[in-house]
Design a protein around this ligand. Structure first.
Ligand code: HSC
Ligand code: NAD
Length: 621
């Protein structure tokens, strides 16, 4: 929907108006494999707040042309040969009759809200009038996409054909059959007898549901996303007025959002940046895709057992080695898959096949022939060196070794390896089965070719290559500093619920103390001990931060090592929701401490911004 397209559309609408007497019908079709991808997102990225009035005029101009075509008095048929999203679906909705080619890859719908925008090119008004205020919500507020078949069930597509070449003949046949039938040249909502499905907001049943809708929405967005709120407002306000006014209401909300920083950020992150990552931006250009046949994992603790699941669920034979906990580590995969079997999402055969790929063992010789071995033992340099030297000789010809360390520089760990150029960091996150991101860390001597391991995870877009420039990690120091600041706040006497709730209010999915519990407070203490040891070797004394000291107290004094070991900042009563450990109040909270909620929010966000800037500065890609 670039400027050129807008001009062309306006001219086409003027032309059909002039030629009205000689037109029997109009076909909307695309010469590309995608029917239409919607608004020009590059153009949206260029808009500034001061462009609001111009953007409003443009939106209204587009919709005027849409309206001219659909109210001309002739049947309009949309021939949907492929995907139609956002403004593209709004173009499809100009047609009174919509024919789609059967193709499981085709997607229709309104993804605007996911980009910080709303379907303000008629999408809100028309979908609401077609489906009703309640039924339209998933498509408008949650950007639920659908294929041709679902569209047909919803009455949004009227015919499905087997191939693209049948679209035009079917459209012509429809136009021929529709001659003399005024209703075929009219939308549902333009008919005199139109009634909104389910009723308008004046219907007491609808009004009752709508009175809670903003609260339900706010619970999901925490008030941080303006687009869904604007979309809901446009739906409801639009349902109380005539069609043209509803369209104008939509345009106003859209113009405001289109020129906002929030939309620019969301479009950049969720469309352009995501696309370039999916397109392989972080992958080495020349390296072919690679999937190891057999992977060894050292350490079947929290991470090792999760990594074993992640490998086996991708069909990779996995040897899980631990001094004592290998069977327990495998049992974790049983627990995860059993939940899916119980819900009918996995067959017992598939579960058995997955579990059969995991071989628990206490013997290093079982690692023989692995083309990749990932070490996930305690965060202790000597232990890591020992297990590296023990396991490396078992690697298959050309195989390589990886450490899942959170904090120890890869170049340093690689000194224990006989093949430092085949030593790489592969940093999974906890819980491994849920977290999509994996960091690949090159040590100073790692050959770039090692990065072929990126194939370990399901798909692209999930890997940060921290590179040898950094020879450390992107996410870990990031999280570390963030958490450190927050546990530091607890040490200042700020109540734990305040820290947790304000973190959620600024958009974090869970509070920082909960994250620390998940990754294990004992891990933080291992890291602290190792850091002290490293400093001592250089004749220096490490000055632990207040946050680090607080966690050390939690583990060593209060015996609260984290979730996996029964409790940390939170208690985890069986079968119930976690609750903050009541003693945090007596042990850390200071009654007279004064704090401003805004300051705490700022501290949480500034740290994030500073760490992000550092990553950019250090060239992390
Ligand atoms: C003032 C205007 C008023 C408008 C009023 C209406 C407002 C409307 O309600 C708002 C919207 O439509 S919000 C929008 C809602 N629409 C959406 O969210 C749909 C976004 N698009 C898609 O999801 C996918 O492109 C498709 C699934 C359509 C095709 O997938 P595929 O076949 O794998 O193709 P691919 O590899 O993905 O793309 C090829 C190239 O095209 C590029 N490009 C694509 N769309 C673009 C766009 N809208 N923009 C700019 N560029 C767009 C893409 O970056 C890439 O460029 P590169 O330089 O070669 O890298
Ligand atoms: N916890 C997290 O969130 C997280 C996230 C990313 C990376 N990591 C890193 O992963 C590694 C493991 O962390 P974890 O949280 O899974 O620890 P954990 O304490 O849960 O597990 C460590 C396991 O290593 C085993 N082990 C110890 N010595 C061994 C040996 N010689 N041979 C085989 N197994 C041995 C232990 O028995 C234990 O099961 C650490 O390097 C940590 O920094 C942890």
């Amino acid at each position: 929907m670039c400027l050129q397209w807008q001009t062309d559309l306006t001219q086409a609408a003027e032309q059909v108006l002039k030629d009205k007497a000689s037109i029997q019908g109009i076909i909307l079709a695309s010469a590309k494999s995608t029917f239409f991808a919607g608004a020009d997102l590059k153009g949206v990225m260029r808009s500034q707040a001061s462009d609001g009035p111009r953007v409003f005029t443009e939106i209204e101009g587009i919709k005027k042309a849409f309206r001219t075509i659909e109210t001309l008095g002739v049947p309009v048929v949309s021939c949907l040969n492929g995907t139609a999203l956002g403004g593209g679906w709004e173009v499809a909705l100009i047609g009174h009759h919509r024919i789609a080619t059967a193709n499981p890859k085709t997607q229709f719908g309104l993804p605007e809200v996911t980009l910080g925008l709303i379907p303000g090119g008629g999408g809100i008004t028309k979908m609401t009038r077609q489906l009703g205020l309640l039924a339209a919500q998933p498509y408008v507020l949650e950007s639920k996409l659908f294929g041709p078949e679902e569209a047909q069930k919803l009455g949004l597509v009227h015919e499905i054909v087997a191939s693209d070449d049948q679209l035009r003949p079917r459209a012509l046949a429809h136009i021929a059959a529709a001659q003399g039938q005024p209703e075929a040249a009219q939308h549902l909502w333009d008919r005199k007898d139109y009634k909104m499905p389910g009723g308008t907001p004046s219907n007491p049943k609808i009004a009752g549901m709508l009175s809670v809708a903003p609260a339900v929405l706010k619970q999901k967005t925490r008030g941080l996303y303006p687009a869904p709120e604007a979309a809901l407002a446009a739906m409801v306000e639009g349902a109380m007025v005539d069609f043209d006014t509803a369209m104008r209401i939509e345009s106003r909300y859209l113009a405001g959002l289109m020129t906002s920083q929030v939309a620019r950020n969301m479009i950049n992150t969720f469309f352009f940046n995501m696309n370039s990552i999916k397109g392989g931006q972080s992958r080495p250009k020349a390296a072919p895709r690679y999937k190891p046949q057999k992977v060894g994992i050292l350490g079947a603790g929290m991470m090792g057992s999760g990594i074993a699941y992640s490998q086996a669920s991708r069909g990779i034979a996995t040897v899980l080695k631990d001094r004592e906990a290998a069977e327990k580590g495998k049992a974790y995969s049983h627990k995860l898959t059993q939940k899916r079997v119980d819900k009918g999402r996995m067959t017992a055969d598939k579960q058995a096949a997955l579990l059969s790929l995991i071989q628990p063992t206490a013997s290093a010789s079982d690692l023989k022939g692995c083309d990749l071995i990932i070490e996930a033992v305690f965060e202790n340099r000597e232990l890591k060196a020992k297990v590296t030297q023990e396991a490396e000789p078992m690697l298959a010809e050309g195989g390589f070794f990886a450490s899942n360390t959170s904090t120890l520089p890869i170049s340093g760990l690689a000194t224990a390896s006989a093949n430092a150029n085949k030593f790489v960091g592969i940093h999974f996150f906890s819980p491994v089965d849920k977290m999509q991101l994996v960091e690949i860390i090159r040590g100073a001597q790692t050959m770039t070719r090692r990065l072929r391991v990126l194939r370990l995870r399901a798909g692209p877009g999930q890997v940060a290559d921290c590179g040898e420039r950094l020879a450390r990690f992107l996410y870990q120091p990031y999280l570390w500093h963030l958490c450190d600041g927050r546990r530091g706040m607890l040490g200042e006497g700020i109540p734990a619920p305040v820290i947790e709730n304000l973190a959620m209010q600024v958009g974090m999915p869970v509070g920082p103390l909960a994250v620390l519990d998940e990754t294990a407070l004992s891990l933080s203490v291992h890291v602290l001990d190792q850091t002290r040891e490293d400093f001592a070797k250089e004749g220096k004394t490490y000055q632990a931060t207040p946050g680090e000291l607080l966690v050390e107290r939690m583990v060593k004094e209060h015996k609260r090592p984290g979730r996996a070991a029964g409790g940390g900042f939170y208690d985890y009563p069986a079968g119930q929701k976690k609750v903050l450990w009541p003693e945090l109040k007596t042990r850390f909270e200071k009654s007279g401490v004064s704090y401003s909620q805004q300051d705490i929010k700022d501290r949480l966000l500034y740290r994030q911004a500073v760490e992000t800037a550092r990553c950019l500065q250090e060239g992390v890609c």
